[in-house]
Design a protein around this ligand. Sequence first.
Ligand code: URA
Length: 206
Amino acid sequence: ASGADLFEQEAAPFSLQAIAEGIVQCRRCPIGCNGTRAVMGEGPQTADLMIVGEQPGDTEERENRPFIGPAGQLLDRALGEAGVDRTAAYVTNAVKHFKFAPRGKRRLHQAPTAGEIDMCRWWLDNERALVKPKVVLALGASSARGLLGRTPAIGRERGRALYLPDGTRVWLTAHPSYLLRLDGESREREQGRFAEDLAGLAQLLA
Ligand code: URA
């Protein structure tokens, strides 16, 4: 079944609170059934900017807030340097539960499949319909798939005008966790491109 089929009988949630309650109960995909708690987006419902990540990480699941672990700290710093105020943005994820593989006491991040992202898309679409941002910042390919319904090539499509069917602008860049996995010259280069993309975002919002 595609994501939309699984929600066929559902009425669209009428509030962010209804989505927060709905995702906690959601068992439509294997990640939703793994016993972790769903992490809701946060930020003002009136935000012009919506920031979309992939899925909550270990820290986010424990603290029940999006983007507060190492990737979130990198993101906050880079947004700040670009002059974009994170607290004015609505921050959420394409997938609401944390997918991981247990390794002793640790939980190692696992990427959601395209099918899992597509199933969670109904929640993301409804969240976006309630926030009505002017611009959506998509962090990485999973985020972009959740928004666009296809997996784009970041290298080719970053820094370009992408639009959702309702006209909302999507601005695509790398995921901060990707930057954290690099080192040396490639880390510097990719961080530079990330900073350029966020500077472009700041212009869109100006
Ligand atoms: N990575 C994400 O994509 N989202 C988070 O909330 C945290 C890390």
